[in-house]
Design a protein around this ligand. Structure first.
Ligand code: SIN
Length: 302
């Protein structure tokens, strides 16, 4: 049975990737199972300078998911390179650095610093809904996506994944703009902008008022968007949004994902990635599928 997948020339031992922001830098999960189990780790979103993130409360449970407004808390790109890459390099899984910035120059500078640092790929986070500058502001306009992708590509010496926001009218326009800008792969979806109110206090539950919704509640939206994007680009796709078990992962692959990212499920079950991988293998055994790549885009539309 073959579980290997290839994303923009980078070979992953299997299609399971951790979604940025749900796995830290892998240290805590690495105490529970070998990170060699994973195809890749996509680390918490990095910025040039360290960030404390948004004030609390910044995460709350909702029906079938969570609403977060973390605000890109991270130690900064240089601390990541110094302290985290040597730890991650102990494992066979590939490393994806998720990068975010206030300006296009921020993204370019991080692409420079991370190329040659041991990271295998960059994921451009132009879809974080929780920051005042940058983030989703870059990811909801096709012209801006084209421009920022072109600029980052001038500086990156490793493949660039563009992470798309679902908070748009037509995600295919955004996907096509990223492809035209030279993206090597796409990942989708980031969180859906949401809000929750405490009816006793009549105040928003999150200090930032709004936050990004993730978890099983968003899965049908994500599958639909992966399917639409797979129809309009030739780029490899990392699909995500509420994947909780092997069947969910297979569903995303049938819609057109070459690999899948697991996010909120890691909070519910720290072994989620391992059991999702096993679930894919069980499905392949049941349907006599020898190569996981044979699932990609195989949804039957009559
Ligand atoms: C956050 O740190 O606010 C979440 C990151 C993201 O949505 O991209």
């Amino acid at each position: 049975m073959n579980l290997k997948v290839n994303i923009a020339g980078v070979e992953l031992s299997n299609p399971i990737i951790t979604a940025s922001g749900t796995f830290g830098f892998g240290r805590e999960y690495g105490e529970m199972y070998s990170l060699d189990e994973l195809g890749a780790i996509c680390v918490k979103g990095l910025t040039l300078a360290p960030r404390a993130g948004n004030p609390p409360p910044r995460i709350t449970e909702t029906y079938g998911g969570i609403l977060n407004s973390v605000g890109l808390q991270n130690p900064g790109v240089d601390m990541f390179i110094k302290n985290e890459i040597p730890e991650l390099k102990k494992y066979t899984c590939k490393i994806i650095a998720n990068i975010a910035g206030n300006t296009i120059e921020d993204y370019c500078e991080m692409a420079e610093r991370l190329s040659g640092s041991g990271v295998d790929m960059l994921e451009m986070n132009i879809s974080c809904p929780n920051v005042k500058e940058g983030g989703v502001a870059f990811g909801t306009n096709a012209k801006t996506i084209l421009h920022i992708t072109q600029e980052v590509k001038k500086h990156a010496k490793i493949p660039v994944i563009v992470k798309l926001s679902p908070n748009v009218t037509d995600i295919t326009e955004m996907a096509k703009a990223a492809e035209a800008g030279g993206a090597d792969a796409l990942s989708l979806i980031n969180t859906l902008l949401g809000m929750a109110i405490d009816i006793k206090t009549r105040r928003p539950i999150l200090a930032n008022i709004t936050g990004g919704l993730s978890g099983p509640a968003v899965k049908p939206v994500a599958v639909r968007m992966v399917y639409q994007v797979a129809q309009c680009t030739k780029l490899p796709i990392i699909g995500m949004g509420g994947i909780t078990n092997g069947d969910d992962a297979v569903e995303f692959m049938l819609a057109g994902s070459n690999a899948v990212a697991v996010g909120t499920a890691n909070f519910m079950n720290p072994y989620a990635c391992v059991s999702i991988k096993k679930g894919i293998v069980d499905y392949m055994n049941q349907y006599h599928i020898k190569d996981v790549n044979d699932l990609v885009g195989q949804v039957v539309i009559k």
